[in-house]
Design a protein around this ligand. Structure first.
Ligand code: FEO
Length: 174
């Protein structure tokens, strides 16, 4: 059974993951607007992943006999200065989400909630990948700099990203 504190924190994370999805959809729309369809696709896949993250929390709360209460999702930014600017924000955002996940683990330990702690370990591992993929793209963009042909090559690479939902979450999202 979830404590009131744990339930409130897990519900906040549903909102944080839904916001992440919204943020990456907004970034996808920005890339569409500047003609970088590969980057737009990458961000669209990222938004799908975030929807899955939100649903994983949603499902877990129900499994643990808790009540899901959805809150308003804040509006994301809509404009960026450049692709590098977008990925600097992406990386910063993922580092922030890692902090939120770690805070949830700390709370689960404090509340002696071993089941929630075990559930959260998937996200602890996932956040390592999330930070890595955002930082990889950021570093590549920085290397490319003002080279237009390099940017278009990178755009083609970003277009190849495939979305693979985790086991049990195969239903289409977004
Ligand atoms: Fe749900 Fe990108 O972390």
């Amino acid at each position: 059974m979830l404590s009131d504190k744990m339930l409130k924190a897990l519900n906040s994370q549903v909102n944080a993951e839904a916001y992440s999805s919204y943020l990456y959809m907004s970034m996808s729309a920005y890339f569409e607007s500047i003609g970088l369809k590969g980057f737009a696709h990458w961000m669209h896949m990222q938004a799908k992943e975030e929807t899955i993250h939100a649903l994983k929390f949603y499902n877990y709360i129900h499994s643990a006999a808790g009540r899901v209460t959805l809150k308003q999702i804040a509006g994301p930014p809509t404009e960026w200065k450049s692709p590098v600017d977008v990925f600097e924000d992406t990386y910063k955002h993922e580092v922030k989400v890692t902090g939120l996940i770690h805070d949830l683990v700390d709370l689960a330990i404090k509340e002696k909630d071993h089941a929630t702690n075990a559930f959260l370990q998937w996200f602890v591992t996932e956040q390592v990948e999330e930070e890595e993929s955002a930082n990889d793209a950021l570093q590549k963009l920085k290397l490319v700099g003002d080279d237009r042909s390099g940017l278009f090559m990178l755009d083609r690479e970003m277009a190849t990203r495939i979305f693979t939902p985790p086991p049990g979450m195969e239903a289409p999202a977004v």
